[in-house]
Design a protein around this ligand. Structure first.
Ligand code: KIV
Length: 273
């Protein structure tokens, strides 16, 4: 039986994604934060692995993405890169690592690429970060944009609700997307915006869009790995499809282990030396 990995052994690059959009082939992107999961995600045939700053929610239990540091991101990205051979790896630039100045953004991104081996960075924001994107791409650093619900701005946005519902915000988002493409982004994440707007933005750009909570008209989709595997039982937004129920499976396995230990049924003779 052939697998995706055998069908598509070639390394995914930003050029691959551009061609996928031109060919009408959808892009599958997923987050990963550690070596073991990155190996599993990569061998599945995933196109892009995002080391999202959601790492600080999922791995460290923080309520927002704001506490993530550049050193923490470098650590997670390094672990994921070690487990990845085929997928394009993209790391989020953490809050505070690129907003102060273009120079600081350059230093942060260069550290991220040098110290982790990740191939591209993702930044949240619209036209206000155009200059930063231009400088990064001129230095040979591929940049993915991120518009709509931008979690690093949660305090300004006032929550994690749907963005660009009104005409004015929708028009602004489209202009921002065009500005990001003109600045040199190779792709843009569109998070939690109306499906019709996401489709319009996708049709207006030559670079691919990757949606999360943005309907089916984007050029690809992204989800948080732990959420789609059902490891985060308290998180059930409308856009999330569960592909496994790992929290229940793990719960069951752990209870089974405890009961085996208490009943002296583990280890057996075959499991002993
Ligand atoms: O941090 C993250 O996981 C993300 C995705 C939700 C797009 O930015």
């Amino acid at each position: 039986m052939s697998t995706n990995t055998i069908d598509k052994p070639r390394k995914v690059t930003t050029a691959t994604l551009r061609k996928m959009k031109a060919d009408g082939e959808k892009i599958a992107m997923l987050t990963a934060y550690d070596f073991g999961m990155a190996q599993l995600v990569d061998r599945s045939g995933m196109d892009v692995i995002l080391i999202g700053d959601s790492a600080t929610n999922v791995m460290a239990g923080n309520a927002t993405t704001l506490p993530m540091t550049l050193d923490e991101m470098i650590y997670h990205a390094r672990c994921v890169v070690r487990g990845t051979t085929r997928a394009l790896t993209v790391a989020d630039m953490p809050f505070g690592s690129y907003q102060v100045s273009v120079e600081e953004a350059m230093r942060s991104a260069i550290r991220l690429l040098k110290e982790s081996g990740v191939e591209a960075v993702k930044l949240e924001g619209g036209r206000e970060i155009s200059e930063t994107i231009k400088r990064l791409t001129q230095a040979g650093i591929p940049v993915m944009g991120h518009l709509g619900l931008t979690p690093q701005s949660v305090n300004q946005l006032g929550g994690y609700g749907l963005r660009a519902k009104g005409e004015e915000e929708a028009a602004r988002l489209l202009e921002d997307a065009i500005a990001l493409e003109e600045s040199g982004c190779f792709a843009i994440v569109l998070e939690k915006i109306p499906a019709a707007l996401a489709r319009k933005v996708s049709e207006s750009l030559t670079i691919p869009t990757i949606g999360i909570g943005a309907g089916n008209g984007t050029d690809g989709q992204v989800l948080v790995l732990n959420d789609m595997l059902g490891m985060n039982e308290g998180f059930r937004p409308k856009f999330l499809r569960l592909y496994a129920h790992l929290a229940q499976d793990i719960d069951c396995a752990l209870k089974h282990y405890i009961s085996d230990v208490k009943a002296t049924e583990f280890p057996s003779e075959a499991e002993s030396y």
